[in-house]
Design a protein around this ligand. Sequence first.
Ligand code: NAG
Ligand code: NAG
Ligand code: NAG
Ligand code: NAG
Ligand code: NAG
Ligand code: NAG
Ligand code: NAG
Ligand code: NAG
Ligand code: NAG
Ligand code: NAG
Ligand code: NAG
Ligand code: NAG
Length: 732
Amino acid sequence: MKVQLLILVATFFYLAYTQLVNGQPHKDCQTSCGNVTIEFPFGTSPDCYYAADPSFNLTCNDKEKLFFRRNLEIINMSHSGELRVMNNISYACYDSQGNSNGSIYYTYRLANLSLSHKNKFTIVGCNAYAYLSTYGTQNYSTGCISACASPPAANGGCHGAGCCSTDVSVPFDNKKFETRPARLPNMTSVYDFNPCTYAFLMENGTFHFNALEDLKNLRNVSQFPLVLDWSIGNQTCEEVGNASMCGMRNNTCFDSNSRPGYNCKCIEGYEGNPYLGCLDINECTTNSTIHKHNCSDPRTCRNKVGGFDCKCRSGYRLDTTAMSCKRKDFGWATILLGTTIGFLCILLVVSCVQQKMKDRKTAELRQKFFEQNGGGMLVQRLSGPGTSNANVQIFTEEGMKTSTNGYDESRILGQGGQGTVYKGILPDNSIVAIKKARLGDNSQVEQFINEVLVLSQINHRNVKLLGCCLETEVPLLVYEFINSGTLFDHLHGSLFGPSLTWEQRLRISVEIAGTLAYLHSSASIPIIHRDVKTANILLDENLTAKVADFGASRLIPMDKEQLTTMVQGTLGYLDPEYYNTGLLNEKSDVYSFGVVLMELLSSQKALCFERPLQSKHLVHYIASAMKENRLHEVIDEKVINENNWKEIQEAVKVAMECTRVTGEERPLMMEVAAKLEGLRVTKTKHQWSDQYPGVEIENLVGVEILSAQGDTSSTGYDSIKNVASLHVAAGR
Ligand SMILES: *[C@@H]1O[C@H](CO)[C@@H](O)[C@H](O)[C@H]1NC(C)=O
Ligand SMILES: *[C@@H]1O[C@H](CO)[C@@H](O)[C@H](O)[C@H]1NC(C)=O
Ligand SMILES: *[C@@H]1O[C@H](CO)[C@@H](O)[C@H](O)[C@H]1NC(C)=O
Ligand SMILES: *[C@@H]1O[C@H](CO)[C@@H](O)[C@H](O)[C@H]1NC(C)=O
Ligand SMILES: *[C@@H]1O[C@H](CO)[C@@H](O)[C@H](O)[C@H]1NC(C)=O
Ligand SMILES: *[C@@H]1O[C@H](CO)[C@@H](O)[C@H](O)[C@H]1NC(C)=O
Ligand SMILES: *[C@@H]1O[C@H](CO)[C@@H](O)[C@H](O)[C@H]1NC(C)=O
Ligand SMILES: *[C@@H]1O[C@H](CO)[C@@H](O)[C@H](O)[C@H]1NC(C)=O
Ligand SMILES: *[C@@H]1O[C@H](CO)[C@@H](O)[C@H](O)[C@H]1NC(C)=O
Ligand SMILES: *[C@@H]1O[C@H](CO)[C@@H](O)[C@H](O)[C@H]1NC(C)=O
Ligand SMILES: *[C@@H]1O[C@H](CO)[C@@H](O)[C@H](O)[C@H]1NC(C)=O
Ligand SMILES: *[C@H]1O[C@@H](CO)[C@H](O)[C@@H](O)[C@@H]1NC(C)=O
């Protein structure tokens, strides 16, 4: 069962295969016989020749000779429809009496092949004649006669004397042909030199008559080449149409010119057997004898399907008339394009280099400024001992630029004598105030760095310094950002809603005094603010006062009580003694604070030219009112209520003490702070809970302790040392 199935399948595939090849030869067909190449449509076995016409059935014998119909030996075959065969010479011999002495007439069958018009019918003999006869649907005959009385001249040619040849125009459908030689009667005299008459068909040009030898014995030669024509079928290309064997495989069909039917040939540039399909010729194969290309330089030859190109290497072009390579002359467009690209490249490189140099220059400049502004010193000091509390961030110029949006005008918070303050947003989204510090000359660098370090360590009710940027020409200081405005704005500006109550004012004054006291006494080196004024007091959202702007502040070394400096400060707040002598000590800040306190009490500006001449200065204004016992006139009426007049009077007294002309007579900031705190304590005894919301309690820890101490001490205000130490504790 299984075997049967296998056979069935095998048979099926065999049939499919034969169907597929459809007249195409097997792969294992005999391709040559002896010296002759066998090509389709010819073949030596049934599957190898063109099956529709048995005329293509050839036989290769055991002597390696290829035969057509057993008796015509094949020499070669061409694709264009020719078959070259050898055929025998027919002859007739006579004795000296003229009697027949043996003859052979050859008859050849042609099947579907026909005699080519290239053949000639030739006889050799004296007084001889011969017939060529073909048989088919139309019988055909031709003949030739040769006469000679004596041996002809050696090379007389084949023109009727000893030799005669004639063209043949045989109908295509001849089935066989025969040649039959004979001799004219009573012509015995030629016996000596020509015993036989020879007749044969041969390809034109293959026989050259030699009178002496050929007349005597041509039988030694015995065979001559003969051309037969062949074609496929009996229809023209047009008639056969798509059924043609050629026309699809790089080959084409053409009508046979001597027969019905067609032949195939390869299209130009292709080679191979056109009856099977043609392949591209590689015209460029280097062959010294035959050039299939016409490129003058074989190295320029490039094969392509169906032909070739003479290609030149880049920079050269082909001159088609000389078929040689000539140097290309570049067009203007090419030159222009090349130049443009080159120029652009150079431009790019130059700008790149420029950018790099610029970058390096900026970096160098930054480094230079950093050193110039004491950056190295700061870094050294930060890593050194005694600055563990210092929390100074060193910002880069790049960071400052991005945080202020390139120092955009919309980011300016304030502009004035102390420089420009910008609002900055750091990468962590925290808001800071960035101030351009003012720095005079290089000698101040160390002091500046000191200030930065000290200010960064102060942890009190001042505006905290977060860090600095030293990479700019003018160093930048980065502070925490407080956005509720200054005390000045609250007192004199119209922007901020309800005016401050007495309690708030008193608290603010205590806070300011506390901060100044801390600066004066607690930091390792006393710090003098030098520019205390309402415009430098910032209020946050809880109206807690924060002292800002230490731009002008000074550090006073311990061993020096006083320092001579260039007078700096704001008119109206400026200590007259300092103004006159240039000698700076912390009492200058006390004076300024006194003015601020007066401002808080009166809501009047420190300097006002609308007031009478003597009272332009707030200190004089209050002092004269005090002297003339009309204090209630100068105190802001919004502040006064039924319970607080006594406190106000006390506060005025403190302010007056602070603003004494002689610094020595002024109280210390610590004392001032304690006194004001005392005023508040008496007050808060009654109104503690109403006045301070929960948030504030933490800030008031110091106050609570102070109040407890105030109870133990009879004077209350004198325990200066305690206050100072308290503030120090709070500062840590
Ligand atoms: C093949 O050709 C060579 C030279 O042309 C000849 O000597 C030889 O006999 C030929 N062989 C056959 C089998 O015809
Ligand atoms: C092919 O020719 C050979 C010899 O001439 C002959 O024996 C054979 O039968 C032929 N084959 C066909 C299919 O005609
Ligand atoms: C042709 O002549 C040769 C010898 O000359 C002979 O062997 C051959 O058989 C002849 N051919 C035919 C068809 O008789
Ligand atoms: C076939 O033979 C003839 C005569 O010997 C010769 O001139 C011709 O070049 C040959 N053709 C081929 C394709 O071999
Ligand atoms: C001649 O060709 C036809 C087909 O075209 C074929 O049928 C016939 O048998 C062929 N004749 C010979 C003698 O081969
Ligand atoms: C051709 O010749 C043969 C034999 O001689 C003869 O039988 C035949 O009838 C002739 N055919 C024609 C058309 O004459
Ligand atoms: C030819 O020979 C015959 C006899 O065989 C004779 O009768 C005749 O006269 C001869 N003719 C010539 C021209 O010799
Ligand atoms: C035969 O060849 C000669 C020269 O060899 C030529 O002149 C003549 O035209 C040719 N004849 C034919 C029919 O090819
Ligand atoms: C072509 O050959 C076929 C088969 O041999 C035949 O039937 C047909 O009549 C022939 N046609 C022509 C125009 O010769
Ligand atoms: C035609 O020739 C090309 C190039 O040799 C070849 O790739 C292609 O297969 C051929 N076409 C056919 C139908 O044989
Ligand atoms: C060159 O071509 C000739 C003829 O086609 C061939 O005989 C010869 O072997 C070829 N030489 C090379 C090197 O391919
Ligand atoms: C016929 O003649 C005799 C004598 O004349 C020869 O001996 C034979 O060889 C010759 N036969 C042929 C075929 O030429």
